[in-house]
Design a protein around this ligand. Structure first.
Ligand code: C2E
Ligand code: CA
Ligand code: CA
Ligand code: CA
Length: 273
């Protein structure tokens, strides 16, 4: 029994040590990717549901490990947020996104680019300046930039977020609430913050054909958005029947594997021409 206990302790500590090493190597990968300008951005098209024309893209960050394998955000965003590396990482994504959208514009394509912003980035006093500077340097008209913020990020520090969003809105960009419906139930912030777009969380879209509650949520969010004159984007559109139902409901924009998966810039460039 004693032996067993000892073994169990060993496994336990091995496990902790493994986790620790894992975190260390991910942190190192984030750092070196930032230092060597190796933060990659994939773009996932957003389409007008009626015409299926591409009207925008969402920028989604990717890292590449030492074996040249793509690492998804779920593996490193939480750690980037904890360590503060999210600021430099986010700046790289924003910069690449603005320059990419300007390049598309110069080729004659008005593609709005949406960039995900962590709550942590709002606490960076310089964030708004950085956005203004990046717009200016890239030459991207501000109406072609959207920032996606989650509900929970908005609630983290109400006053700071509010003044930050107002400063950003003055620049002329738009603000989307991401994963809408999964966070806080208080909707009052929709009046208090300068919000333009609601993104219905993909879990509701995925389940709406099999679960009447999800369907009701999608319906309710759509009519809420319309009565507040907000644009609505349905995420996670994977099936033709999702598309048809969303069009029925009067949802304007969609994003999901049914249309396109996230892709490297070169691939999106080819798609445009
Ligand atoms: P999100 O903002 O909700 O992004 C949508 C996620 O759903 C993306 O995963 C996308 O690849 C995936 N997706 C798109 N269409 C479909 C579909 O039809 N079906 C399914 N099952 N999934 C779909 P990804 O790229 O792994 O990103 C995950 C999350 O990581 C994002 O969720 C976002 O919260 C965060 N993230 C990504 N890029 C950035 C970034 O540059 N900065 C920050 N702060 N967070 C980011
Ligand atoms: Ca998003
Ligand atoms: Ca989302
Ligand atoms: Ca999400």
């Amino acid at each position: 029994a004693k032996e067993q206990g000892r073994n169990r302790f060993c496994y336990y500590s091995d496990d902790l040590e493994h986790q620790f090493k894992q975190r260390q190597s991910v942190e190192k990968l984030i750092r070196t990717s930032i230092e060597n300008d190796k933060i990659e951005v994939y773009y996932q098209p957003k389409v007008a549901l009626g015409s299926q024309k591409i009207v925008g893209v969402e920028a989604l960050v990717r890292l590449r490990d030492t074996n040249n394998q793509i690492i998804l955000p779920v593996e490193f965003i939480p750690l980037a947020e904890e360590t503060g590396l999210i600021n430099a990482l986010g700046e790289s994504v924003l910069k690449q996104s603005c320059y990419a959208a300007k390049e598309w514009l110069d080729k004659g394509f008005r593609i709005k680019v949406a960039v995900n912003i962590s709550a942590k980035q709002f606490t960076d006093k310089n964030f708004c300046n950085f956005v203004a500077q990046t717009l200016q340097m890239s030459g991207l008209p501000s109406e072609l930039l959207e920032l996606e913020v989650t509900e929970s990020a908005l609630m983290e520090d109400f006053e700071v977020t509010k003044s930050m969003l107002n400063d950003l809105a003055v620049l002329g960009l738009t603000i989307a609430i991401d994963d809408f419906g999964t966070g806080y139930s208080s909707l009052s912030y929709l009046k208090l913050f300068p919000v333009d777009v609601l993104k219905v969380d993909q879990s509701f879209v995925r389940d709406m054909m099999v679960d009447s509650q999800s369907m009701d949520i999608v319906k309710t969010i759509t009519s809420l958005a319309h009565s507040l004159s907000l644009l609505i984007v349905a995420e996670g559109v994977e099936e033709k029947q999702h598309l048809n139902k969303l069009i029925d409901l009067g949802c304007e924009l969609g994003q999901g594997y049914y249309f396109y998966k996230p892709m490297p810039k070169e691939e999106f460039d080819k798609l445009l021409v």
